[in-house]
Design a protein around this ligand. Structure first.
Ligand code: ZN
Length: 322
């Protein structure tokens, strides 16, 4: 490298030049828009702890996707709020369940959009845990076949990618096998490989009615202090057949995103979670921060190494990208 005054880094920062030398770009293709579909409502319902975000009825999903497409957003992840819950979350794999109905509607209307489905049980169980529970304990191995069945039922209804989020050991292998056995060898798995037991999820629990009745999720989600363990989790999921790995949350775990991208070079998604969204919205609402922080945060997640960002900010920020 040359030295000052031969080298002046400011030369390339002139307004017409700096755009050319931007190292990180954010495009609508980088975003996945989360949609909460509620089987129990007839019209759009605001989520109090997530200003500007809504639960929508099954019938409203088409309109929601249409609006996003007009903005250039074509990737979605759907979460379901079912009308029926039980101990084992059987409405998660019901062929007439909330996600299955939504998928059929969306994929018949818009065959080219990408619909990712959340494969977990916490929205479908009465106790709100991500698996089968016995004596207050989430049973890992007993949960796996149910996840397999759920993924297959999503694939049957047109899901483009399935995304297991429950952090059960062996979930990716179980889902891969279930999909392959049913002929869905081409359906990719986006695994929530490093999902931390974070305090940033609380608004989501209101959004998806997935709060739990007892205990916590620290037995299966990751300890926030650990980074090496995240690499082992990710490696395990890749070995089990994950096509895309995910780190969740995003902002407090940018180091994990960067480390995972450097170590594995795999397609990587980051989940910019509900709490990250809500705190920014609250600060903007109070006038403490300007709206520009949203773009800066999303750029930071991309710069850290994420190819895809699941974010509630997608709609508000996408217009600024053009
Ligand atoms: Zn779950």
């Amino acid at each position: 490298m040359a030295e000052f005054p031969k080298l002046r880094l400011r030369r390339l920062r002139k307004p017409n030049l700096r755009k050319i030398f931007r190292e990180t770009r954010l495009t609508p293709e980088n975003f996945i828009v989360p949609i909460f579909v509620d089987e129990n409502i007839k019209s759009k319902k605001p989520i109090e702890s997530m200003p500007g975000y809504y639960r929508i009825p099954v019938e409203g999903a088409v309109k929601e996707v249409e609006e996003c497409l007009e903005l250039g957003l074509g990737n979605f992840i759907v979460f379901g709020i079912p009308s029926y819950k039980d101990e084992v979350g059987s409405s998660a794999f019901d062929s007439d369940g909330v996600i299955q109905k939504t998928l059929r509607k969306l994929k018949s209307e818009f065959p080219d959009v990408v619909v990712v489905t959340d494969v977990c049980l916490c929205e479908y169980t009465t106790h709100g845990h991500c698996g089968v529970v016995k004596d207050g304990e989430v049973l890992n191995d007993e949960t796996l076949p149910i996840l397999g069945k759920t993924a297959v039922s999503h694939a049957e209804c047109g899901a483009d990618i399935v995304a297991p989020s429950g952090m059960m050991d062996g979930m990716v292998a179980a889902i891969r096998k279930a999909l392959d056995d049913s002929g869905f060898t081409d359906i990719p798995i986006m695994s929530y490989a490093a999902k931390y037991a974070s305090s940033f999820y609380s608004p989501f629990r209101e959004a998806a009615e997935s709060g739990y009745k007892f205990g916590d999720r620290k037995g299966y989600q990751m300890d926030i202090h650990n980074s090496d363990e995240a690499m082992r989790e990710i490696e395990l999921d890749i070995k089990e057949g994950a096509d895309i790995i995910m780190v969740k949350p995003a902002l407090p775990y940018l180091d994990i995103i960067r480390r995972a991208k450097e170590k594995f070079g795999y397609p990587l998604a980051a989940y910019n979670v509900s709490g990250e969204y809500s705190m920014v919205k609250a600060a903007i609402e109070r006038g403490w921060l300007g709206e520009d922080v949203v773009y800066e945060i999303l750029v930071s997640i991309r710069r850290a190494g994420a190819d895809l960002i699941i974010t509630y900010h997608a709609k508000e920020v996408v217009e600024k990208l053009q």
